[in-house]
Design a protein around this ligand. Structure first.
Ligand code: SF4
Length: 334
């Protein structure tokens, strides 16, 4: 397999389970016969996902579907409960300390709330400039010019380097978060709802910055969002997630032209589009069910307009419905 065929990141059957232990009172009540059990949430359920070098994959789904948990596992911030993550073909679990450091530097996460992720007591020059100095990407002598270069690359005025995060607007704070990540020269960004907290006009500016950085630095990107409209213009391929599972993945044009999975159709129905005025999609009914007690079979069945008997009993397996297109649904793809 040549390097262009080896995914930059590949998740193989990864799951993440969160367990809430019983407190003392609950344990005592259970000892006395109460039917109380530990809460167990499967936030991510047997996910296979890959991102090729230089590719931008949009990961979409409603709030609480597990997409942020998946992003955090891919960045190595959160360990997976099951399955494997491969970085440039190498299993992360089998890496030595030096390889793990290379992976941690090369795959950077950008968070939704730039204010919460920036240390309020640090000046911008330290927020952006500390890590490249620490990792030897610049020297003390050259750190000022390096900082200027990174700030300008991210649309920040270098003369503001002595300011604190609270002295910036929301959009500028997100640029500081992006500059902090770009300062260590990563090959991959995992952007978790990185424009969700911003006004629409500022969202467009930050999306333009991502597209610009992607082109100039040949970045690989996983762009996580609840909004299909946001990921459409930035992604090469889109993966749709529902209650911990990837239910459909396809190149962006294919997914928008002919969404296959009923959940993708319903999500698309919520994106205003001039060219789809005549298409009738099924509306998305009801709330996302609790991951504490997910529906049997296909998790989407209580909300699906095409539900069949089999959907309530059997979990649909991932299958190729067209070249480079995958879906988990019992509907016939013909
Ligand atoms: Fe709907 Fe059944 Fe497909 Fe699930 S498997 S999306 S319930 S048709």
């Amino acid at each position: 397999m040549s390097d262009t065929q080896t995914p930059f990141i590949r998740c193989e059957n990864i799951s993440r389970i969160f367990e809430k232990k019983l407190d003392f009172a609950s344990k005592a009540a259970r000892a006395l016969g109460a039917n109380i059990n530990e809460e167990r949430v499967q936030a991510v359920d047997s996910v296979d996902l890959h991102v090729m070098p230089g590719e931008v994959v949009g990961l979409v789904g409603e709030s609480g579907c597990g997409k942020s948990t998946l992003g955090r596992m891919i960045c190595g911030i959160l360990p997976q409960s099951e399955g494997n993550i491969f970085y440039k073909g190498q299993n992360v679990a089998e890496m030595n300390a030096k390889e793990k450091l290379d992976y941690a530097i090369n795959v950077q996460m950008i968070f939704q709330d730039p204010y919460a992720s920036l240390n309020p007591r640090k000046r911008v020059k330290d927020i952006i400039g500390e890590a490249p100095l620490y990792h030897g990407l610049t020297t003390k002598k050259e750190s000022d010019s390096y900082l200027t270069e990174v700030m300008e690359m991210c649309g920040l005025d270098p003369s503001f380097q002595n300011r604190y995060p609270h002295q910036f607007s929301g959009g500028q704070r997100q640029r500081i978060g992006i500059a902090r990540a770009m300062a260590v020269k990563p090959e991959c960004l995992v952007c978790d709802e990185s424009v969700a907290a911003l006004d629409v006009s500022i969202q467009a500016q930050i999306l333009n910055l991502f597209m610009d950085l992607r082109t100039k630095h040949n970045l690989t990107c996983l762009f996580i969002s609840h909004d299909l409209g946001v990921v459409e213009h930035i992604s090469d391929r889109i993966a749709v997630m529902y209650l911990g599972r990837i239910v459909e993945s396809a190149p962006v044009e294919d997914l928008f032209d002919a969404p296959f999975h009923p959940y993708t159709q319903a999500l698309l129905n919520e994106v205003p589009r001039l060219d789809k005025r005549d298409v009738e999609f099924s509306a998305l009914m009801g709330e996302i069910p609790s991951p504490l007690d997910p529906p049997s079979g296909c998790h989407f069945h209580p909300r699906c307009a095409h539900v069949m008997d089999i959907c309530k009993k059997e979990e649909p397996q991932r299958r190729e419905i067209a070249p480079n297109r995958y879906a988990c649904c019992h509907l016939d793809s013909k």
